[in-house]
Design a protein around this ligand. Structure first.
Ligand code: UDX
Length: 471
């Protein structure tokens, strides 16, 4: 079958950190002429369909690139009533409603396409919707999974949930685990979904994902071979994962001809790009904790105080209080904006790809979400790693100890982040004795990311093989 005759259905949870890599994979496919339908739940409809993305319900903004017509959105009901609080009911949503009612609604959607004479050549499901694998099987559609986190996490979860690795008791923080292809991991470096204190519903979803792998033909990874070579090899005799990334905005890989993701859930304040263009090269500290995590009240104060003391130039993404997912973002100290207006900007959401590529950013204080991790790797920007939950502690370990491109910012014995610790980290990454070495490593990873995605690179070959197989 020719690429233009292929129609792929992608299915994702409606979170920014999940939609982004799915959209970026969709962009790789539509660039090859493949038609992609991205399905997610109704809660994302108003956020996505108003943002320059073609949808069957009508797109007010004509696409700039004709290929963009190959991407359309579909939304299905997750099973909870529209007015119910999805954060509060997350466990029941993920474990009960989505796998039953949500799965039924997705199945109806596929049937409706069939009635219109439109079948799917393949489904690509995000690893957090393992029940969609059974929907694909029921319709006789071959299925691939996109693992949207690090391949390291894939290996950890696989070994844990298949009962393979020698995991110690995770109740004892002083324990460590040694797994093939990975550095020695202390309990605190493991994903929080495995820890006794972690959210049980996510642990169960990941377990279901690992058990669904037997029914999946291809596992694609949002990573690139060189970045995670050892751990990718360690899985090759178990259930291989094929890195097809980094799945980052094309601008970070120098591919300006490709369509940008355009899947932001919030309006970005693009004026910060103009401001960055007035700043000295590598002089600005960029602070962002992705779409879910927030700094607490006292952490916000510690970071603000350090910015005042060090007089560092900064761009800080502070989400509005209501954007914090169950948690409320701290308030900036009174007068902070006025006192720092000559060298800092605070925004609610920014075009992170353009910020990292601006040349003005010398350091990224990040929560180490996997998308932000890959984006800073692709941009060659060193980090201050301040992980919050889920995969982020493991990503922080990779960034600092394996990729060698940053320092870890830690809370003290009292569980609080101090101003001195923030200052120490800013110094280490920008001027300290290891700063040059970290920058050098970051630039090497940037080059490796470009190479993997360029024509004939490892990820380009995985893309070509995958398209060849579904054809
Ligand atoms: C979630 C999880 O929390 C994370 O641990 C997991 O690896 C992926 O799913 P999130 O916390 O939102 O993601 O972080 P991240 O993975 O970094 O994704 C955030 C995305 O939002 C990035 O692509 C980033 O470029 C984008 N972003 C963030 C913006 O475009 N503008 C901003 O101002 C902030």
């Amino acid at each position: 079958m020719e690429a233009h005759e292929l129609h792929v259905l992608m299915v994702s949870l409606p979170y920014q950190g999940h939609i982004n890599p799915m959209l970026r994979l969709a962009n790789l496919l539509i660039t090859s002429g493949i038609h992609v339908t991205m399905a997610t739940t109704e809660v994302a409809r108003h956020r996505l369909s108003s943002r320059n993305i073609t949808s069957t319900t009508g797109n007010p903004n004509p696409p700039e690139n004709p290929n963009q017509e190959l991407l359309e959105f579909e939304f299905f009901a997750d099973g909870l009533n529209a007015d119910e609080d999805r954060d509060k009911n997350l466990g029941v949503l993920l474990e009960e409603y989505l796998p039953t009612k949500g799965a039924g609604n997705l199945s109806d959607l596929i049937s409706d396409f069939g009635k219109k004479g439109r079948g799917f050549s393949c489904m690509i499901v995000n690893c957090f919707v393992p029940w969609a694998v059974d929907v694909a099987a029921a319709h006789g559609i071959p299925c691939a999974m996109l693992w949207v986190q690090a391949c390291a996490l894939y290996a950890i979860y696989y070994r844990y949930h298949k009962g393979m690795g020698e995991f110690p008791s995770l109740d004892d923080a002083s324990n460590s685990v040694e797994l093939p292809g990975l550095p020695l991991l202390k309990v605190q470096d493991l994903p929080t979904f495995l820890l006794p204190s972690g959210p049980p519903h996510f642990k169960n979803v990941v377990a279901a994902c690992i058990h669904s792998l037997d029914k999946i033909r291809w596992v694609l990874g949002s990573s690139f071979h060189k970045l995670e070579e050892d751990v990718v090899k360690s899985m090759s005799h178990l259930k291989p994962i094929h890195p097809i990334g980094p799945l980052v905005p094309p601008i970070l890989l120098g591919k300006l001809d490709r369509i940008s993701g355009a899947g932001d859930f919030w309006d970005s304040e693009d004026s910060c790009i103009e401001w960055l263009s007035t700043q000295r090269p590598s002089s600005v500290l960029y602070i962002s904790l992705g779409s879910i995590s927030v700094l607490s009240e006292s952490e916000t104060k510690a970071v603000a105080a350090a910015l005042e003391t060090t007089k560092a130039a900064f761009l800080w993404v502070v989400k509005k209080r209501e954007d914090g997912w169950g948690r409320r973002s701290g308030e900036l100290p009174e007068g902070f904006l006025e006192r720092t207006k000559d060298r800092g900007r605070v925004v609610r959401w920014c075009p992170q790809d353009r910020v990292l590529m601006s040349g003005a950013v010398g350091c990224f204080l990040t929560h180490c979400g996997w998308n932000s991790t890959l984006e800073t790797v692709a941009a060659g920007v060193p980090v201050i790693a301040f992980p919050d939950w889920t995969d982020q502690p493991t990503n922080a370990k990779l960034l600092v100890d394996v990729f060698g491109m940053g320092v870890r910012m830690r809370r003290g014995m009292d569980g609080r982040l101090s101003e001195e610790e923030v200052e120490r980290c800013i110094f280490e990454v920008t001027e300290g004795p290891m700063a040059m070495a970290m920058k050098k490593k970051a630039v090497e990873w940037k080059e490796a990311a470009m190479k993997a995605s360029a024509c004939g690179g490892s990820s380009d070959l995985v893309t070509a093989n995958f398209i060849g197989e579904i054809s």
